[in-house]
Design a protein around this ligand. Structure first.
Ligand code: AMP
Length: 186
């Protein structure tokens, strides 16, 4: 199973991603987690990425594409994976498509978690991560609506987009995800 999981900051995507990868036995590839680990380890990539992350802006595509290309080669990706936080731009989606095509494979589906904007701001303001300051939250939501939302159309045209309602309890939302994803499990 090879899926992309898209949802705005604060949509509960991380929580649902954990449950999905556990149920289907696939790798969880979160570029946010990878970048935070690189930042904390003070690698060259991490130091460069931190300038963008601290401002709520997207890290340049070439850095992200290099990170994910390397990650997809790891043995735990052979059973499939859930991409969480990538692609964030059309450029990243195109690079990902080319990477998969070179391997003779493709995505099964793109799952979108839908949550209204006022609800997102409320949730993010209560979370307390370093990039959850009000100004940075606003910037991250802006980056999502300007750069990531166009991806939904891109994948809809390819017939890959499945949308689920992200308002409800964790269990309710997970059941909606399962109703879509069970079709791709084997
Ligand atoms: P996240 O945990 O997915 O919300 O990511 C936190 C921050 O990491 C984002 O605000 C971006 O600065 C950066 N980031 C994570 N994934 C990407 C990506 N695919 N492209 C660009 N920047 C990213």
């Amino acid at each position: 199973m090879q899926i992309v999981f898209i949802g705005p900051p604060g949509s509960g995507k991380g929580t649902q991603a954990e449950r999905i990868v556990q149920k289907y036995g696939i790798a969880h590839l979160s570029t946010g987690d990878m970048l935070r680990a690189a930042r904390d380890a003070k690698t060259a990539v991490g130091v460069e990425a931190e300038r963008y992350m601290a401002a709520g802006e997207l890290v340049p595509d070439d850095i992200i594409v290099a990170i994910i290309a390397e990650r997809l080669e790891q043995p735990d990706c052979r059973n499939g994976y859930l991409l969480d936080g990538i692609p964030r731009t059309i450029g990243q989606a195109e690079a990902l498509g080319r990477m998969l095509q070179e391997k003779g494979t493709s995505l099964d589906c793109v799952l979108e978690l839908k949550v209204p904007e006022d609800e997102l701001f409320r949730r993010l303001a209560g979370r307390g991560r370093a990039d959850d300051q009000p100004e940075v939250i606003r910037q991250r939501l802006l980056a999502y609506y300007e750069q990531t939302e166009p991806l939904l159309d891109y994948y809809r045209k390819q017939g890959l987009l499945k949308r689920i309602d992200g308002v409800g309890t964790i269990d309710e939302i997970f059941q909606r995800a399962e109703a879509v994803l069970d079709a791709y499990a084997h």
